[in-house]
Design a protein around this ligand. Structure first.
Ligand code: ADE
Ligand code: ZN
Length: 329
């Protein structure tokens, strides 16, 4: 079997995926029409042209704008269902998805509208296709901690649906320690924690996420190679780093895929795997991330296998489930 076929056919877990980042232009237009919302684009070509980002913040501006078409529970269901169909195409058998409630509640949408739409689609995917899932609620780090406490209180009523909490949005100038009290309360309420750190921000933010927020995983983490002591600790502890190669190129963290540091991370025995982040905006879902990265970095069959195995090892699945899927790779 050639390496592309191996990637396509192997079961995979996806651990870093923003559900709002799966909003394809076609769905954006149809929801805008359905909900009578004005969007700053006349056609799909214009949308695609606008997806030319210079950094994280330039992307976030468009991403938050796009999310404004999501109004009703059915919209969140449809968005999630479309992603589930992509999981089928890419043989993703387990997914741990992020959602950003504040992006919606700040526009007057009920928390329940958002979580119920997403959860019901995932439950349907589980029933019909056997796709397992966890939902992780992200706090927007450009907002203040007090506002985030209000959202955490809302999430407590949905503990049966929400597995953990994370931290995303504009990284530079919003260090993890800004949210240490918030994450303390989340941990007291038995949410697992993760955080975006070291995407654009310095290695110091990775240390902070580990030391102040008690995270199980670091989302992105690619800046860790600038700090040898951090690399040593991450490699020793095998704390997972959820790397998103196409995202990193689109947001100019690396100039081109050939310059991505994923191979160097593998060489340093870091617990890394590949994810798609916001695939509708960054040009590809999980298989495309894997295939293009393999080709650009000339990753070996063994290295690709390690990435796929790591996706399950780093997941929040039970050990027996991890073992079952790993044996099928
Ligand atoms: N929200 C959606 N995608 C993100 C990313 N790559 N970094 C930070 N926040 C995000
Ligand atoms: Zn992300």
């Amino acid at each position: 079997m050639n390496i592309k076929e191996f990637i396509k056919k192997s079961p995979k877990a996806e651990l870093h995926l923003h559900i709002e980042g799966t909003l394809e232009p076609e769905l954006m237009f149809s929801l805008a029409k359905r909900n009578n919302i004005k969007i700053p684009f006349n056609n799909i070509e214009e949308v695609k042209k606008a997806y030319n980002f210079s950094n994280l913040d330039s992307f976030l501006k468009i991403y938050y704008e796009g999310a404004k078409v999501l109004i009703k529970e059915q919209d969140f269901f449809d968005l999630t269902w479309d992603y589930i169909l992509k999981c089928r195409e890419d043989n993703i058998v387990h997914t741990e998805i992020f959602f950003d409630p504040q992006t919606h509640t700040d526009r007057g949408i009920d928390f329940e509208t958002v979580i119920n739409g997403i959860f019901n689609a995932l439950k349907k995917g589980e029933k019909e296709f056997g796709l397992s899932f966890k939902i992780i609620m992200c706090f927007l780090r450009h907002l203040n901690e007090d506002e985030c406490f209000k959202i955490l209180d809302k999430a407590l009523a949905h503990k049966d649906k929400i597995f953990g909490v994370g931290l995303d949005s504009s990284e530079k100038g919003n260090p993890p320690k800004k949210f240490k009290n918030l994450f303390k309360k989340a941990l007291e309420n038995e949410f697992i924690t993760v955080a975006h750190a070291g995407e654009e921000g310095p290695p110091e933010y990775i240390w902070e996420a580990l030391n102040f927020l008690n995270v199980h995983r670091i989302d992105h983490g690619v800046q860790c190679l600038k700090d040898d002591k951090l690399v040593g600790m991450l490699s020793e502890s095998q704390i997972p780093l959820t790397v998103c190669p196409l995202s990193n190129v689109k947001l100019k963290v690396f100039n081109k895929l050939e310059e991505h540091n994923l191979k160097r991370m593998l060489d340093k025995k870091l617990m890394v795997m590949v994810n798609s982040d916001d695939p509708a905006y960054f040009g590809g879902y999980l298989n495309k991330n894997l295939t293009e990265t393999q080709a650009a970095l000339n990753l070996s069959y063994e290295q690709v296998k390690t990435l796929l195995v790591n996706s399950f090892k780093s997941s929040f699945l039970k050990d027996a489930e991890k073992k079952k899927w790993i044996s099928k790779i």
